[in-house]
Design a protein around this ligand. Structure first.
Ligand SMILES: NC(=O)c1ccc[n+]([C@@H]2O[C@H](COP(=O)([O-])OP(=O)(O)OC[C@H]3O[C@@H](n4cnc5c(N)ncnc54)[C@H](O)[C@@H]3O)[C@@H](O)[C@H]2O)c1
Length: 280
């Protein structure tokens, strides 16, 4: 898609971090925006900021782990602006801990419901009309470098992001095979300066009940430091914009993280056992 102006983008998790940066970038390109998020205050603030900048934008409270909510978002988006051209399945949460624990099942369910089922629902609900309208369209699924390299203590997150990479790779092949006119990208950043380190703010009660009070998770402080040293979300948004315009599938924003992918591939084909490394 080379002409984005006047077209419509739907962005989940659009009230903060990478989603908000994508909203600013697509808004600057002249797109109409629908922002979806579970946090009403930041969502209202994002809509206000973008409106003040002259962007046609509206927000909707939407929990991406709820199929009915995604169906409502799709209807709402078409009612507001007509056809949807760009879909950013971006909402996500982080959580950490050892796999060999048995007391964090609801935390696993939460991470996979939001990060993986949210993206599955987005694709399944929005794609039929995006294909049908024939004006050209593009889906961007936010995965992570955690979808390529399995850092320890991040089991649920890794599983969810490998799932998003697999879904996206399958989807891009199917979109070509069926000559759908829909492009696909998968966004795989390493660390980005966002609020993902405080994902617990959106944790449902069942998962929260498993927490030991407000104690930080085992990996929290290490992750907070790596996020603080990450790249600005605006850089990620620029890469996403360019990938839509250039129809580029892989969006890898961190050059220094790429060896983790090649090392893993080499270890697989050479039969080398994994060691406790991450992607940076
Ligand atoms: N920040 C990083 O280092 C990093 C790296 C790789 C990938 N990612 C991915 O980027 C995406 C965006 O995260 P971010 O880093 O901008 O974090 P963020 O916390 O700043 O933004 C995430 C947004 O998603 C929203 N959200 C959470 N649960 C939701 C739900 N159930 N339904 C709808 N919205 C929900 C939050 O309210 C928030 O506005 C996520 O998928 C994350 O996994 C982030």
């Amino acid at each position: 898609m080379d002409d984005l102006s006047g077209k419509t983008a739907v962005i989940t998790g659009g009230a903060s971090g990478i989603g908000l940066a994508m909203a600013r970038r697509f808004g600057a390109a002249g797109m109409n925006l629908v922002l979806a998020d579970v946090e009403d205050g930041p969502l209202d603030a994002a809509v206000e900021e973008l409106s003040a900048a002259g962007v046609e934008v509206c927000g909707m409270h939407c929990d991406v782990s709820d199929l009915a909510a995604i169906q409502e978002l799709e209807t709402f988006s078409r009612e507001q602006f007509g056809n949807v051209h760009v879909l950013c399945n971006n909402a996500g949460v982080g959580s950490g801990g050892l796999i060999a624990r048995s007391d964090d099942i609801e935390q696993w369910r939460w991470v996979i419901d939001v990060n993986l089922w949210g993206v599955i629902y987005g694709c399944k609900v929005f794609l039929p009309a995006m294909i049908e309208h024939g004006e050209g369209a593009h889906v961007i699924n936010t995965a992570s470098m955690a979808g390529h390299a399995s850092a320890p203590m991040m089991g649920a997150y890794n599983v969810s992001k490998y799932g998003v990479v697999a879904l996206s790779e399958t989807l891009v092949k199917e979109m070509q095979m069926t000559q759908s006119g829909v492009g696909v990208s998968v966004l795989c950043p390493a660390f980005v300066q966002t609020a993902i380190g405080s994902s617990r703010r959106n944790m449902p009660d069942e998962a929260r009940a498993e927490l030991d009070g407000d104690q930080p998770s085992e990996v929290q402080s290490a992750i907070d430091q790596m996020i603080a040293a990450g790249i600005p979300p605006a850089d990620v948004a620029e890469a996403v914009h360019d990938a839509v315009v250039d129809n580029q599938f892989w969006i890898l924003t961190h050059e220094e993280a790429k060896p983790a992918i090649t090392d893993r591939a080499r270890q697989i084909v050479e039969g080398i056992n994994p060691t406790p490394t991450g992607f940076v």
